[in-house]
Design a protein around this ligand. Structure first.
Ligand code: HEC
Length: 170
């Protein structure tokens, strides 16, 4: 190979390697500075709506294990939002979650555990109210959530089934 060609190849390789390195370094820095801005809040909200609606149907169906399952999902999504989207549009999402919906979770859990369905319905209404209070506190008062109502729009059973009863397996 002629020295001139060799030096062109070496130069091109160096430029490619250097720009690849710069691109990587740049994206690292980007993630460090704006890590939270890349995570969207709305998909978490969709999950909250889904789980909290099913939670309502499980309470209406007097189904303690199913209600516990969905309450656990709601609790987990709230925790995940606190971690992943602590601030959104300069709004203190993590703080608001701690102040508004989280205090409603333990009382609801107690009512479900005791299978006190009147109490559970009331405690559930407080959770849904907390969704709306937080929407109001974050300039999204036009997003209004209601307790689960009417026939469930899901291909799922919300009442306890025969097979769930412990006596059945005897
Ligand atoms: C920290 C305050 C806060 C809490 C608590 C909260 N939300 Fe939201 N919610 C928001 C904000 C802010 C948005 C707008 C997100 C955006 O701009 O992308 C939103 C958007 C939504 C949306 C619109 C997105 C969609 O999928 O249609 C729904 C639905 C929703 N929330 C449901 C709920 C439900 C259900 C709860 C309670 C279990 C809840 N939210 C609790 C702040 C909150």
């Amino acid at each position: 190979m002629q020295p001139a060609i060799r030096s062109i190849i070496v130069t091109v390789c160096c430029v490619v390697a250097a720009s690849a390195w710069l691109a990587l370094a740049g994206s690292d820095q980007d993630e460090g500075e704006h890590a939270h801005e890349h995570v969207e809040l709305a998909p978490f909200m969709t999950q909250l709506q889904w789980h909290s609606q099913k939670l309502g149907y499980a309470i209406e169906g007097h189904n303690a294990p199913l209600a516990e399952f969905y309450l656990h999902e709601v609790t987990e999504v709230l925790e995940e939002i606190k971690e992943q989207v602590p601030v959104h549009d300069k709004l203190p999402i993590a703080d608001l979650i701690g102040k508004i919906p989280q205090p409603t979770l333990a009382p609801l859990d107690r009512q479900i555990e005791a299978s006190n369905w009147t109490g559970a319905s009331k405690a559930y209404a407080k959770l849904i109210d907390a969704c709306n209070r937080c929407h109001a506190a974050t300039q999204h008062q036009f997003i209004v959530i209601t307790p689960a109502r009417g026939r469930p729009p899901f291909n799922q059973v919300f009442e306890p089934q025969q097979s769930q009863r412990p006596t059945d397996s005897n």
